[in-house]
Design a protein around this ligand. Sequence first.
Ligand code: KIV
Length: 267
Amino acid sequence: MSTASITLTTLAAMKARGERIACLTCYDASFSRLLDRAGIDVLLVGDSLGMVVQGHPTTLPVSLEQMVYHSAAVARGRERALLVTDLPFMSYATPEQAIASAARLMQEGGAQVVKLEGGMPMLETVRRLSELGIPVCAHLGLLPQSVHRLGGYRFQGREPDSAERIRQEAMAMEEAGAVLLVLECVPAALAREISRSLTIPVIGIGAGPDCDGQVLVLYDILGLNLGQPPRFSRDFMVGRHAISEAVSAYVTAVRAGHFPSPAETLY
Ligand code: KIV
């Protein structure tokens, strides 16, 4: 494995070569070092930490302060992987607030890319952040920060009009300057079409095997989900004794296109 730092240029080249990008969530320095050495390309400090670390039922209680704290810890453990950090709920309600919050994630939290959830209403914010040199990862499909408006953690884009909306949002995000796109819980065929039509890398979660990369919540792949793990996830600890082996197996499965399998794909 190369020890060169992963940059957005690296990810763009991987997409061009058809080499899949392996991404996992990460919340602390020790896991950051372990995941990085196991070959993970992108470490996502997700606001899912509100659920898996803090024990909340949603991501909504997570504060900007807490995201800065966890991002800085992951940045200290990181050696080569690209560091993407979530803007938490209500830290980017206006473009001005988004700029101030993103600046804290980058300056204090060591983030190299900031991620935000939402479609058309977020376009101006993505444009402004991009113009200021702040790399943005857009997040479409199931938006966990909008769980109450969506009526639960529901699969998105099954109906033709909502699929078309997600398609349009994805193109608009790229046009506004987003450098990466996360697609969560959308039909595999829609995710494939979007991945093929965009220039920027598309990272899927519950979005089938044909995205440019995959992301999962770290605790899910380590079998630490105390509830019902999502059907699109896989416990990579099964049959393995070391966390590093499980993470390496995840990287290998993503690269080879063996994860997600048809049984782990939602249609
Ligand atoms: O917060 C998070 O972990 C995420 C992933 C589910 C993509 O946004």
